[in-house]
Design a protein around this ligand. Sequence first.
Ligand SMILES: [Fe+2]
Length: 319
Amino acid sequence: MEQLLIDPTADCTADIDVSVIPDLPADTFVAPLTKPAHLAEDWLEPEQRTYSSAEHHIWDDLFAQQMELLPGRACSAYMDGLKRLDLGSGGVPDMAAMSEELRSMTGWEVVPVPMLIPDHVFFYHLANRRFPAGNFIRTRENFDYIQEPDVFHDVLGHVPMLTDPVFADYMAAYGRAGWKALHHNRLKALSALYWYTVEFGLIREEGELRSYGAGIMAGPAELVFATGARSPNRIHLDVDRVMRTDYVISDLQPTYFVIDSFQELYDMTVARNFDDLYAGLAPGFTYANQAVLDSDTVYHVGTQEYALRGGSGSGAAPI
Ligand SMILES: [Fe+2]
């Protein structure tokens, strides 16, 4: 059993100051990211970069491709947000203009960062209702998939959902929950929750399963796979279970978790109190990402044939 850094029963909610980047406990494992020398500790770029016309065209082509697939597969909150923010008006959207619009709706803004940023800095921005977005766009060689989150993933995938008031509050609370995860030494569990909700979440709507997850929205293969393929499991979200579930970052998901509403998501997490969620969680993951448990509320038991045939790189069809 891993030694906890500090007493997990201690109240760690009272002294959270979201105006300051949280400390990273010395033995916390984080991805080895090197901050570019010109940036301060908040990792924010001074301004959005200027994109070439070839890069603006990549945005336009990516946008057009996704617009063929999103209606009927993306949830209504996402589609409404997409429309209100006018992300398809031509070229990479201007973050300042987008932020002005967002601020008036839910108090959020979008800020440029050079690359993936460390967890504790990410929490700091989310808690202050700033969504950090990659200050670069993929190349044509990586048109359909890029592991590093670029401006297309971050803006097209995430930002429309920030126009929904309840989801916007969930995202800010998720940032605050980061302080608590650092305190309890449970970053992996909190990351799993993010993965299975913010990145790859599905919601029941009009009798169908639709996406609200950014990782689904920004990838043509995943959008079709998540909402319609027979391979993946689709299981109702149970946060205690999800925070114990492993996840893959470089392939289509073997399991998607489903909510009934954003209020349900909020109530299952924020209203319940994230501290309680961490209490009792083991350090590592308990469940494999393909597992279906007796206690699960299952909408679809996946055949897993895509993963069983080798997944990405094997030539297996994403069915
Ligand atoms: Fe993302």
